[in-house]
Design a protein around this ligand. Structure first.
Ligand code: FAD
Length: 403
């Protein structure tokens, strides 16, 4: 037999792929996960993912259930308050004209979520996978061929290895090979926008408050991190038009620092750059179907959204959780019945969230002064009506019950 026979093959070892592999292994299945690029697992490593993920309450519950949360908890910063600032007036430099706070305590006894650097999540996931008996994590190899039949999928990797699996999970990102190979089309919206992601230190403590400052080009978001050698620290996602982003990436550190401090409106005192700057292209994208024969699409292979409201990876974890809960109740984890049920269970929620975040991104990046003024008034109105404010917070958290 010149092939390996397993239950689940995961194509792609980003955070979503690693979580999928761990979750199915914990549920008792044999799993292989493959990725061409070895994960960068330290902050200053070449290629380190300097984005952070605010794991919202439902994601934390899921990560606890598969035994990974205990390893992340000590590095996670709770998000107690989300502060939204509008600085979209005509003034130069920008001035704050509306500030509204959304408090987790208004809807729950828990924080909104817990912020963890992506490179650190990868490090802990990799350790857990290395120790998991039923899982193998392969790096340096990509999925190059998939052929599916009614009862299994046959996968070929770039080193020639052949794998037969009952279920293939496509977690191979926004340009997913598995998705394309399965003939699933996507609808893509390009915004001509990029996000810069990096970490800073600052003089005023963040007090577990996450702050989004809206002006034009996209939000400037500061998300709390643990102190760095006794100094307060935050992760920043700074969205801008592609042209502005290129200009910012090309600047020397002093000029960049001065521009960043103008854009932050001094909200946490002077900011000092603490890492490299990394750059991400912003798109909205949704696959027409979330499954094909023996294949389930999860995470960015299925949906990609602008980084607003900490939704992207949280939606991805919901994909994985839904898939596993349906698959583990069935005799055959990759059957048509399971995969149709998975598609049906997720497609509406994914559609609504991709549409909603796309709209919010248009409002947030508006160049027109009229729209920016409407945005500021909208923020005041929505925040002022208590039931609306609470409903919006619950929707953002992905809380479905009205409790
Ligand atoms: C600036 C920014 C900030 C964000 N902040 C948040 C946040 O606060 N909260 C949140 O929930 N989400 C956030 N997101 C979204 C989140 O970061 C992404 O959804 C998530 O990192 C994507 O994970 P993924 O595993 O789907 O994809 P990726 O990380 O892209 O992983 C895909 C993997 O597949 C591999 N691959 C590609 N081709 C193949 C192949 N042929 N075979 C095998 N492997 C292959 C790649 O090497 C890669 O490692 C943010 C996004 C951005 C851009």
């Amino acid at each position: 037999m010149n092939f390996k026979k397993i239950d689940v093959f995961v194509s792609g070892g980003g955070i979503a792929g690693m979580v999928s592999a761990l979750a199915f292994e914990r549920a008792g299945f044999s799993v292989i996960c493959a990725d061409p690029i070895p994960p960068a697992t330290a902050r200053h490593d070449h290629g380190a993912d300097l984005r952070t993920t605010a794991f919202l309450q439902p994601s934390q519950t899921f990560l606890k259930s598969i035994g990974i949360w205990d390893h992340l908890a000590e590095h996670a910063t709770p998000l107690e308050v989300m502060r939204i600032i509008d600085a979209g007036g005509a003034d130069e430099p920008p001035a704050i004209r509306v500030t509204k706070e959304f408090k987790a305590g208004d809807i729950s006894s828990q924080p909104f979520g817990w912020n963890v650097p992506n490179w650190l999540s990868r490090r802990e996931l990799l350790k857990s996978l290395d120790n998991a008996q039923g899982a193998t994590f392969l790096t340096g190899v990509r999925t190059v061929k998939i052929f599916t039949r009614e009862n299994e999928a046959r996968v070929t990797l770039s080193d020639g290895q052949k794998i037969h699996a009952k279920l293939v999970i496509a977690a191979d990102g926004r340009s997913s090979f598995v998705r394309e190979n399965a003939g699933i089309s996507v609808r893509t919206k390009r915004f001509g926008q990029k996000a810069l992601a990096f970490a800073v230190t600052h003089t005023i403590p963040h007090r577990n408050v996450s702050t989004e400052i809206h002006r034009r080009g996209g939000p400037f978001t500061l998300v709390p991190l643990p102190d760095q050698e006794g100094t307060a620290s935050s992760a920043i996602v700074w969205m801008e038009t592609s042209k502005q982003a290129a200009r910012l990436m090309g600047m020397d550190i002093d000029s960049f620092t001065s521009e960043m401090n103008i854009r932050s409106c001094g909200i946490l005192g002077p900011l000092t750059l603490a890492t490299k700057r990394t750059e991400w292209t912003i798109i909205s994208q949704l696959a027409d179907r979330l499954s094909a024969q023996r294949i389930a699409l999860v995470a960015e292979a299925a949906h990609t959204i602008p980084p607003i409201g900490a939704q992207g990876l949280n939606m991805s974890l919901e994909d994985i959780q839904t898939l596993i809960s349906i698959a583990t109740k069935a005799d055959d984890i990759g059957s048509k019945l399971v995969l149709d049920a998975y598609h049906k269970a997720r497609i509406n929620d994914v559609n609504i969230r991709v549409g909603g975040i796309t709209l919010l991104n248009h409002a947030s990046s508006a160049q027109s002064q009229i729209i920016r003024d409407m945005r500021a008034r909208g923020l005041e109105t929505l925040h002022g009506i208590t039931p609306v404010r609470k409903t919006l917070m619950k929707m953002g958290l992905g809380i479905k019950s009205q409790g």
